[in-house]
Ligand binder design. Structure first.
Ligand code: AMP
Ligand code: ZN
Length: 470
């Protein structure tokens, strides 16, 4: 397998620490609100990554945190605490908010066929681990106490900007949500490991620590949670591109200062789902901007969440994806036609192991080349066009769907996919076609079939009569 590694900015051969085994970590959601479909683009592509690794024969252990404490409105140490913001908005406790939005997140994941990681760990479960790591960082001289908070000292590192070529100015853009400077910091990019005194006197969750009652900073959780479950070395770590700085940069800083060796070999970053702003410029979809696009909202508008997954899979994870309803509608039409073509495969012929293997290898090679999902979809069309038997086509597509997870073989029931008006229209057309055939007007009969196909409706002549699927 080949993967683009954000650390080296190259597509590299994927080599694991232990042969055949992958230790994988994903930054999980901050559960103060619903995930928007931009967040979910990241989780869909990370799901494909995990499934591609499994498809290629790796034994994968994947860990995800749930951020239920310590994430401030900016990704640095400024702005309001996101969880408190959610609790105030809904007049609930922070833990009630965390529970509600964690459940909502996994409901959305289920609708998008995103597998739940092997381990899901809320940050509030791991306070002892955080205190232990912070204690070691203090002992080793990588952290200091100032204004009664504990900070990581970035000047102690040989190299802090591990992801390379952006300038400090560029990197700071996303961070400066709030202008208030923390004068305790010795260096501009130092970050909080443990808060005891801060502007959040109303912080709901606090724990005792050797440095006073307080709560952890955001970054420490991913280092500790990953080490708790995956040990001190990891193969691959993923997240959205905005996590690269400061979050992942700080995770690496504190993890490697703690262990004294390299922590994670490959970094996988999904680029943003973007939308056209009022100024005509495309910008990152975010929870505070415009229409807050959730999976439920898409469903209310009549979209199948799996069609959104298909929309995401059509483009490469390392390119921004521009969302619009027109673009989504196009994906819906293409997806429907594809599913109809699959539904009309005749169940005929033998299933030869070597044929299945040959197509399996093609998929591993093309999707395994830096998670090229659109090539995966192209391969499904290639299967349909090929001269293998109908039963082989179904078996290969079923195999591909272990990674694509588009329910490609699931036939939608007519009732679920169509309203009364549409059913009446289809039945009238089928009647018209029957008449045309009776009158030996085959051109007309074919034209009717094509007209239906253009609308994503497939008809099949069976012994029991005409059967249609949508
Ligand atoms: P959060 O819940 O804010 O911590 O974000 C969850 C995940 O979504 C992180 O991996 C982010 O990097 C990612 N993310 C945030 N906004 C977008 C977006 N517009 N497109 C894709 N991924 C995003
Ligand atoms: Zn993280």
């Amino acid at each position: 397998m080949k993967i683009f590694n954000s650390l080296t900015k190259n597509v590299e051969e994927f080599v694991t620490n232990e042969p055949g085994k992958v230790n994988m970590y994903t930054c999980g959601p901050t559960v103060y609100h619903y995930a928007h479909i931009g967040n979910l683009r990241s989780y869909i592509m990370e799901d494909v990554l995990e499934k591609t690794l499994r498809y290629s024969g790796y034994d994968v252990k994947r860990v995800m945190n749930i951020t239920d404490v310590g994430h401030l409105s900016s990704d640095a140490d400024t702005g309001e605490d996101k969880m408190i913001k959610g609790a105030k908005r809904e007049h609930k406790t922070v833990m009630e908010i965390a529970k509600f939005y964690t459940d909502a997140f996994f409901d959305d994941c289920a609708k998008l066929n995103i597998k739940v990681p092997d381990v899901v760990e809320p940050a509030t479960n791991c306070i002892d681990e955080f205190i232990n790591m912070i204690g070691t960082l203090l002992d080793k001289g990588y952290a200091y106490k100032a204004g009664e908070n504990i900070y990581f000292d970035t000047s102690k590192l040989k190299s802090y900007y591990v992801f390379g070529n952006q300038s400090e100015e560029e990197l700071m853009v996303g961070v400066r949500d709030d202008v208030s400077e923390d004068t305790n910091k010795r260096n501009r990019n130092d970050f909080v490991l443990w808060f005891t005194k801060s502007k959040f006197e109303d912080q709901a969750l606090k724990w005792d620590s050797p440095w006073g009652v307080g709560y952890p900073g955001w970054h420490i959780e991913c280092s500790c949670i990953s080490m708790k479950h995956l040990g001190e070395s990891m193969d691959i770590h993923c997240g959205g591109i905005d996590n690269m700085f400061p979050h992942h940069t700080n995770e690496i800083a504190q993890s490697e200062a703690f262990t004294g060796h390299k922590w994670c070999n490959y970094w996988f970053h999904v680029h943003h789902l973007v939308e056209q702003g009022a100024d005509g410029k495309a910008g990152k979809m975010s929870k505070s901007k415009g229409e807050f696009l959730t999976v439920s909202l898409l469903e209310e508008k009549g979209y199948d969440p799996i069609a959104y997954r298909f929309f995401c899979l059509q483009s490469h994870y390392r390119k921004p994806l521009l969302f619009s309803y027109d673009a989504l509608d196009q994906a819906v039409g293409t997806f429907r036609k594809l599913k109809n073509r699959i539904a009309s495969i005749e169940a005929e012929g033998e299933v030869r192991d070597e044929v299945i293997k040959e197509w399996h290898d093609k998929f591993t090679e093309s999707v395994g080349n830096d998670i090229n999902t659109s090539m995966g979809i192209t391969l499904v069309y290639d299967v349909l066009k090929s001269d293998i038997t109908g039963n082989e086509k179904r078996a290969v597509i079923e195999d591909y769907d272990k990674v694509l997870s588009l329910d490609l073989l699931k036939e939608e029931s007519a009732e679920a996919g169509a309203d009364d008006e549409l059913v009446a229209y289809i039945e009238a057309k089928i009647e018209e076609r029957k008449e045309a055939k009776k009158n030996k007007d085959f051109a007309k009969a074919d034209a009717i079939r094509d007209e239906l196909a253009a609308k994503g409706i497939t008809i099949k002549d069976t012994r029991e009569g005409v059967v249609w699927t949508i």
